[in-house]
Write a protein that binds this ligand. Sequence first.
Ligand SMILES: Cc1cc2nc3c(=O)[nH]c(=O)nc-3n(C[C@H](O)[C@H](O)[C@H](O)COP(=O)(O)O)c2cc1C
Length: 226
Amino acid sequence: MSRMDTIRARHSVREYDGRAPEGEALVALQEVIGECVRESGLNIQLVTDNPETFEVVARFGLVHGAIANIAFVTANGAADDEAIGFWGQKIVLAAQEAGLNTCWVALCSRRKNKAVLSTGEKVRLVIAVGYGKTQGVERKTKTVEELATVECADAPAWFALAMEAAQLAPTAMNNQNFHVVLHADAKTVSITAPKGRWNIVDLGIVKRNFKEAADELGANWCWEVD
Ligand SMILES: Cc1cc2nc3c(=O)[nH]c(=O)nc-3n(C[C@H](O)[C@H](O)[C@H](O)COP(=O)(O)O)c2cc1C
């Protein structure tokens, strides 16, 4: 299965069968979390017996039957948001490849989360992880024309696929509040998002999906450095 196939197959899943990740899937999940912790320096914890964190009173965004979550713990408030999105989405894609399902969840009980916290640290948000009762559903997306500006004469073929990956990236409330620019050299890419509740986490997630697709194609591209 290619990374692009994984990106296409992933949908948010909100109904789980009550099992925590087990066997080879658990090992794969622990491995990718360890790798992301080492490379990013973030505090990311797999919490395996914690259905309470999804017990919230709300009309929207309820997750049922999930007992495990990946908790992003930080003492820096929103300052780590882009990194959380970028590294968290790497975990989401690896989980999908291991036969698990996921859902990014901002609307959770932080008080009832069982992640281990040091003084000053809080759970910023979590990803529900487990075995979905379904594989989720396709949802609407903004068009590439709405989401991107192409400043060169002809966009290279890899850009179309990387944009598809960006379109398929999960964003809070499916807001898709990001904008991609392919610069005049047909190689340099910038992606930006306006400040807003979860927009910067979304930005990191979109950057991860874009990068995975472009790199898989061996594209000659780079991020704009500011
Ligand atoms: C930062 C972030 C927070 C989210 N919070 C919630 C949430 O609290 N409850 C929920 O049901 N879905 C939540 N989602 C999932 C989005 O609703 C979902 O990704 C979006 O509707 C797109 O659907 P898809 O993931 O199936 O592509 C969140 C997604 C992101 C990226």
